[in-house]
Design a protein around this ligand. Structure first.
Ligand code: PNS
Length: 181
C-alpha cells in the first residue's frame, strides 16, 4: 500500500523525518508531497524544500518527494494512494487534523487518513518554531538536519552566543508614581 505525506515542510524538521522513516516501515512506498500554496510567503521555495527533503533521506529507499497543488485527495488519487499520512503532536493538533481528515473523507470515501503519534522528543517541534528560533539568533542544530540548519542560517541569521543577563534596575518603583502613569 502507498501513502502520501502532504505538508508545507517550510522547512523539513527532525519531527517530519521521524514520521517519514516510520511511515516507510509501514507502507510499501511513501510520497512526501509539498503543497504549492500561493497564499503563504514561505522561507523556502517549493523547489528548495523538495531538495532539502531529498537530501535528508538518502538512507530511505522507498520514499519519493514531489509537490502538488489543489486538493490532497485528488493528488492521492493521481498517485494511486489510499492513505494520507499525518503526524500528531500535541492535543491542539487534533482538532485541525480531525477536521481535515473528516473533510477529506467527505471528498473521497476511498482514502483513509492514518495518524502516527509524534515521538516524544519531537512532540513540541514545528517548522514555525524552527524559523522563530533562527530569526532570533538561536541554534536550530538539534531541530533540523545539519544541511537544513545551514540553509536557514544563510537566510535568517547565524546563532549568536547567549547574552549575559543584564542587572535589574535597582531603582524602587514608587506606588503613587505607578498609579499616575
Ligand atoms: O504542513 P501543514 O501546513 O500542516 O500541511 C497542511 C496540508 C498541506 C496537509 C493541508 O493544508 C492540505 O491538505 N491542503 C491542501 C488543500 C486540501 O486538500 N484541503 C482540504 C482538507 S481541509
Amino acid at each position: 500500500m502507498r501513502a502520501i505525506y502532504p505538508g508545507s515542510f517550510d522547512p523539513i524538521t527532525l519531527g517530519h523525518l521521524d514520521i517519514i522513516e516510520r511511515g516507510c516501515r509501514l507502507f510499501e512506498h511513501v510520497i512526501v508531497a509539498v503543497l504549492q500554496n500561493p497564499n503563504k510567503s514561505p522561507l523556502f521555495t517549493v523547489e528548495e524544500r523538495i531538495k532539502l527533503i531529498r537530501t535528508s533521506l538518502p538512507h530511505v529507499p522507498n520514499v519519493s518527494v514531489t509537490s502538488f497543488g489543489g486538493l490532497t485527495v485528488n493528488f492521492a488519487h493521481q498517485q494511486a494512494s489510499q492513505v494520507i499520512l499525518r503526524g500528531l503532536r500535541v492535543l491542539s493538533d487534533f482538532e485541525m487534523e480531525l477536521q481535515m481528515a473528516l473533510t477529506n473523507k467527505t471528498l473521497a470515501e476511498d482514502i483513509e487518513t492514518v495518524f502516527l503519534a509524534a515521538s516524544n522528543e519531537y512532540s513540541f517541534l514545528s517548522s514555525s518554531v524552527v524559523k522563530e528560533v533562527a530569526r532570533f539568533g538561536g541554534s536550530v542544530n538539534h531541530l533540523v538536519p545539519t544541511h537544513v540548519a545551514e540553509e536557514i542560517y544563510s537566510r535568517c541569521c547565524a546563532p549568536k552566543p547567549p547574552e549575559p543577563l543584564t542587572s535589574i534596575n535597582p531603582e524602587p518603583i514608587q506606588g503613587s508614581k505607578l498609579l499616575k502613569e
